[in-house]
Design a protein around this ligand. Sequence first.
Ligand code: ASP
Length: 331
Amino acid sequence: MNVKQLPPLFNFEAMEKTAVFSNGLTGQDILSVSQFDKDKLDYIFARAREMREMVERVGGTDLLKGHVLACLFYEPSTRTSSSFIAAMERLGGGVIPITQGVKFSSVSKGETLADTVRTLEQYADVIVLRHPEMGAAKLAADYASVPVINAGDGPGEHPTQALLDLFTIREELGRIDGLKIAMVGDLRYGRTVHSLTKLLLQYNVSLRFVSPEILRLPLNIMNQVIDAGINVRETHDVADVIENADVLYVTRVQKERFSDLSQYEEVKDHYEITPELMQKAKKKMIVMHPLPRVGEIHYSVDHDPRAAYFRQVRNGMFIRMALLAAVLGKA
Ligand code: ASP
């Protein structure tokens, strides 16, 4: 890395030390959390802390100057798209933001998506893709010669969200091993739950899954949890888990995944985290949510210091800065 290009005041010594190690992510597609072992997680988290320190001290740097990111979103997004854009801009790179007005009907056959990524790679060094179909990021990666980062593929995975979620747990509570983590809401379609659960299997945690019957965790993921020897329970009631949880990970019911909207209506208001409920929780615990929330957490909980969801949002930018730098070989 070129230290001369960096702004004054900030000391990048720590960054330079980690830079001599190969991170194993350079030039790689980021499609699933299964690509991340503990070494890679520790590496990304260390880099994210450095990014945070750098942003807080000087705002940005030129690390990715001359690089361009294409942000291709076939589904709505606020946080993921903005944080990738902010991440790239704070690292001195450029962005092609295709986050509005994309029609995905013809992409469902694969053809247009393939052509789109083969077009974008003519301009960009990395493509971030969100798409309503599971497996779309893999398909795009098969066609693209530049790295593709999965920013959510339907009800499949959302690996960068899981990285920032795990990072948030680590930063807020100081550890991951030994924690009791309860996931609440739409565990069936919630891709952030799928990715975070898979990542947590590398740690010594207890998992509690709280959902209405029709929104239980998919069987294939539950089997992975059981095979990993994790202490796990399922319940329909938050009251069963609130007292012991170190992390309450709340999710929105994913309306857009329901073919029968009357089923959605039945379950949409199933849970609401309220100040009264929070009185039963530990003094040292956190409430997380990948957002957007549509009624699962009462606004008055926001004043509770245990409400970590907006700190979680901010962590997303640092994690994505670390990931972009790693994938583009500037690490
Ligand atoms: N923003 C997250 C996602 O894209 C969570 C959600 O939409 O409920 O998966």
